[in-house]
Design a protein around this ligand. Structure first.
Ligand code: NAP
Ligand code: F7E
Length: 331
């Protein structure tokens, strides 16, 4: 039985990846912060249904010795390093802790694996935010990076660290250059979930408006359940390499709003209010990925369309508030 270690197992992707690997017959372990163990009801809400099938190890990404300690006790075949400060807007507020967690955390993981388990395959959660002010359309594995936030810069550094451990020590280290991926487990601060959850509240009369920043920003939005399959496939290849994972379609925040409100029969223009405070100091205006290499080499393709994604997110948020399937008595 293969053994996998997931950092960030309590996050959106970590929870879908843990499910996927369990389905494939893996023994799944996760790194969690010690504070999370003290408040499992709240901190483990995405993996509650998996808790009796996975093993959790308290450690801190900021502490090399805590990671070293876990890796001296358990041996793994694959390590998926997903833990990060992942909210771009927050990286403008506190760039220092974003850098510390995302860059040093990645370096600690790579250095400890190099020291203790150099045969363990390593996945780094790279991001389309690394392309930032895009130089090519669509973006692929050869597009130069031009990050536009401390978060994007931290991911470029993590990518370069990952590549350097591959080249310097011959370790099997790969980066996925994943474009935005969402779903009903997405954190509430990200725009898609902010929209779907507020649509559900407005639909039930629990809110009257949705305050947003830049409605014209365009993203290539896929579903997280599809994207974690690509992470696993990358570690099953004969050679370590980096891959773009994307749908190849781009849509604006405005379009997302329009479809999400329409899902409950409302016109977004009546509810969406622009709030200058939600604009970012530097924006990534447009992202669209070319996942041709992932399709060709990994045999990966997404199963969710943009519309399927929005429908699922809105439906789940409405159901969570009403416990009633959408269409029965949502309003
Ligand atoms: P997420 O939901 O925000 O999850 C982040 C995870 O990191 C959580 O499990 C969190 O633990 C953990 N974490 C944060 N700081 C930590 C620390 N100091 N020590 C230990 N754990 C810490 O993010 P996601 O959407 O699943 O994304 C997973 C990874 O993919 C991230 O690296 C993200 O940057 C990257 N990525 C995401 C996307 C996307 O569209 N979702 C696209 C490209 C790349 P707690 O639960 O304890 O906070
Ligand atoms: O913003 C605009 C905002 O925060 C998307 C992370 O998973 O994907 C994610 O980063 C767009 C931006 O995601 C609001 O300005 C407008 O243009 O949902 P987001 P993100 O910044 O694209 C990448 C690939 C990652 O790697 C990251 O970890 O939406 N926007 N109004 C807003 N965004 C938010 N959050 N809130 C608003 O009110």
């Amino acid at each position: 039985m293969k053994r996998a270690f997931i950092t960030g197992i309590t996050g959106q992707d970590g929870s879908y990846l843990a499910e996927h690997l369990l389905d494939l017959g893996y023994e799944v372990h996760g790194l969690v912060r010690r504070v999370a163990l003290e408040d499992p009801e709240r901190r483990f809400f995405r993996i509650k249904h998996l808790l009796d099938r996975i093993k959790l190890h308290p450690a801190s990404l900021e502490s090399y010795s805590s990671i070293f300690h876990v890796l001296t006790r358990e041996k793994f075949d694959e390590c998926y390093h997903l833990a990060a400060q992942s909210f771009v807007a927050e990286s403008f507020n506190d760039g220092f802790s974003t850098m510390n967690i995302n860059v040093n955390g990645t370096h600690h993981m790579l250095a400890a694996l190099h020291e203790l388990q150099p045969e363990c395959k390593f996945y780094f959660a790279g991001s389309s935010e690394m392309f930032g002010k895009v130089r090519d359309v669509p973006q692929n594995e050869t597009t130069p990076f031009h990050p536009r936030s401390p978060y994007g810069i931290s991911k470029v550094a993590g990518f370069e660290l990952t590549r350097n451990y591959r080249e310097a020590y011959g370790m099997f280290c790969v980066s996925g250059l994943l474009f935005n991926h969402e779903g009903p487990r997405r954190g509430f601060e990200f725009v898609t979930r902010k929209i779907s959850s507020t649509v559900a509240r407005i639909n039930l009369g629990l809110a009257s408006e949705l305050r947003l920043g830049n409605l014209e920003a365009k993203r290539d939005w896929g579903h997280a359940a599809d994207y974690v399959r690509a992470m696993h496939l990358m570690l099953q290849q004969p050679e370590a390499d980096d891959y773009v994972v994307a749908t190849g379609e781009t849509h604006s925040v405005r379009e997302f709003c329009e479809l999400a409100f329409a899902e409950v029969g409302l016109n977004y223009e009546k509810y969406v209010k622009l709030d200058e405070k939600l604009y970012r100091p530097a924006e990534v205006d447009m992202l669209v990925g070319d996942a041709g290499k992932a399709r060709r080499v990994l045999g990966w393709q997404p199963t969710y369309s943009f519309v399927d994604l929005i429908k699922e997110m809105v439906r789940k948020d409405v159901e969570a508030l009403t416990e009633t399937p959408l269409g029965v008595s949502a309003r």
